[in-house]
Design a protein around this ligand. Structure first.
Ligand code: ZN
Length: 434
């Protein structure tokens, strides 16, 4: 049994000026409390909430006697966390200022300070009494409500001054237990695609993750050259463009990873199968990205394409109760899953088994070898022919020794619209896309 939490953002309806002013005042008081607490916490190295509360609660509480007392309490939690992360950054030499700035404030709420009133409104305790605010339902929010997630008592709220709205960050929780797997779905993560073995078919889902990383890298470089010529190095306009580009890059990558992870995990859950992943090393030692000289860029590609992809699958798997198994990744694409002999590769991703003479696509061989290692349970590098015939999901592993082992490639534009697999034929593809 494990607990999964997710944050969901909902917005209130636009508020009347008078009501919104109450929240602006509230935010001002809360910010002031947090500022004072953070200063004290950093000066005295008190980053534990309990210590900070023990020493400062009374004082900040008396600052604003008209405010519900629990704001002083949550301000202590907020400040302790800010102080903690600031001191950690400072230790790493990454803090730019001697004291942390309290720039963005979101007001932390606990069960005394807010409650949901039905689905469409909440009430918040303020210095002017309880204020009821109606919220705008969105798809995301309803999905969590309808799927048995529980709304947690802690929440955060930010003010959207331009639209006079509240932005609520709600926390949903769910208890999930892992099932006992009846089969395996193996996943071989590459820099630009992900090979997935489901029911004897290897699907090659294109992600283009390293292409996205490289694309943005070069765009940033071009921007830098152009702006440096005009404004000098490290100028403010250049930084602004950089920020926007980085943000776009992050959002796009996250969407790709999240969507594909959801697709794979759902298929595994449908079959009550475990997901088999390569055990990744700590360093980007992967031969596919070794040719990239810039270590920072190499690191970013590794993070996005390998680590990030795995992490997305792990997180989604936890939500669906899908077990995840890790196996030794060494030589997974170099050895024939049928004969245990070396596969000799030419220039592209196709190779020939040195014993049986059959052709292998690199990712297909990798997927089957991952499966064999999961079945063998030892994670060892030498699967035997015998193990290749162990039935999975009731049927034998379909490894014809003379067949060409080709994956079914699926472009990102196609799978990104899918809710489930099985839409691989032209006919179904068209139906899905219309
Ligand atoms: Zn072979």
């Amino acid at each position: 049994m494990s607990e999964v939490t997710r944050t969901v953002i909902v917005r209130s309806a636009p508020l009347p000026r008078r009501t919104f002013r109450i929240f602006v005042e509230l935010e001002g008081m809360y910010r002031n409390m947090v500022e004072q607490l953070v200063l004290y916490a950093v000066n005295n190295n008190k980053t534990k909430f309990t210590r900070l509360k023990a020493e400062k609660y009374r004082e900040v509480r008396s600052l604003y006697p008209q405010l519900p007392s629990h704001y002083a309490y949550t301000a202590c939690q907020d400040a302790a966390e800010r102080a903690h992360s600031f001191l950690r950054m400072k230790k790493m030499g990454k803090a730019r200022k001697p004291y942390p700035e309290v720039r963005n404030v979101s007001i932390w709420l606990d069960d005394h300070l807010w409650r949901a009133e039905g689905l469409t409104s909440i009430s918040m305790a303020t210095h002017k009494g309880r204020v009821r605010v109606s919220i705008e339902l969105n798809k995301h929010y309803l999905r969590y409500v309808n799927r048995g997630w529980k709304l947690a008592s802690e929440a955060r709220v930010k003010l959207d001054r331009r639209d006079r709205r509240l932005v609520l960050y709600l926390t949903f929780r769910k208890e999930v237990s892992e099932y006992k797997p009846k089969g395996y779905v193996t996943v071989d993560v590459n820099e630009n695609a992900e090979a997935v073995l489901i029911d004897g078919v290897v699907y090659l889902f294109e992600t283009d993750l390293s292409r996205v990383t490289l694309g943005y890298y070069y765009r940033r470089k071009r921007v830098q050259e152009r702006y440096d010529k005009v404004y000098g190095p490290g100028s403010r306009p250049a930084r602004r463009v950089f920020r926007r580009l980085s943000n776009n890059e992050r959002v796009l990558k996250r969407e790709i990873r999240w969507k594909l992870a959801t697709l794979i995990v759902r298929e595994a859950a449908k079959r009550q199968a475990a997901i088999v992943l390569e055990r990744l090393g700590r360093e980007p030692a992967n031969h596919m990205i070794e040719r990239i000289k810039d270590p920072q860029l190499r690191h970013r590609i590794y993070q996005a394409a390998f680590k990030g992809m795995q992490r997305a699958i792990e997180e989604k798997a936890r939500e669906y109760g899908v077990p995840v198994i890790y196996v030794n990744p060494s030589n997974t694409s170099k050895i024939c899953p049928i004969h245990g002999a070396k596969i000799l590769y030419g220039k592209d991703r196709h190779g020939v088994c040195s014993k049986g003479g059959e052709t292998w696509h690199r990712d297909v061989a990798a997927c089957y070898n991952l499966l064999l290692r999961a079945l063998g349970g030892d994670g060892g590098p030498a699967p035997s022919r015998q193990r290749a015939l162990i039935p999975v999901d009731g049927g034998p592993v379909p490894l014809g020794p003379t067949a060409a082992h080709e994956p079914a490639p699926i472009a990102r534009g196609a799978w990104a619209r899918w809710r489930s697999l099985g839409a691989t034929s032209e006919h179904k593809l068209m139906r899905v896309s219309t």
